[in-house]
Write a protein that binds this ligand. Structure first.
Ligand code: SF4
Length: 69
C-alpha cells in the first residue's frame, strides 16, 4: 500500500496533521509526509496499513493525498 502526497496542490490547512500526526507534520506553508521519498512532483511512502491516512485523504480539502491499495 502506498500513500501519495501531491505536494504542489497542498494548501497547508493542517487537517492531515490534526487527524494523523504520526504520519503528517505541517512545516511552513506545506505539509510533510514523514519518511516519504520524492517521486517526481509527489512524495510517496510505502505502508502496510493505511490507518489514519484514509481519514487524512478523505478530509483533505484539495484531495492531494491518495491512498493506493
Ligand atoms: S489536508 Fe491536504 S491541503 Fe491540508 S495540509 Fe494536508 S495535504 Fe495539505
Amino acid at each position: 500500500m502506498k500513500i501519495i502526497l501531491e505536494m504542489d496542490k497542498c494548501i497547508g490547512c493542517g487537517f492531515c496533521e490534526a487527524v494523523c500526526p504520526q504520519y503528517w507534520e505541517l512545516k511552513g506553508e506545506k505539509t510533510t509526509l514523514k519518511g516519504s521519498k520524492k517521486a517526481g512532483k509527489n512524495y510517496e511512502l510505502d505502508v502496510k496499513e493505511a490507518s489514519c491516512n484514509e481519514e487524512a485523504a478523505n478530509g483533505c480539502p484539495v484531495q492531494c493525498i491518495k491512498v493506493k491499495k
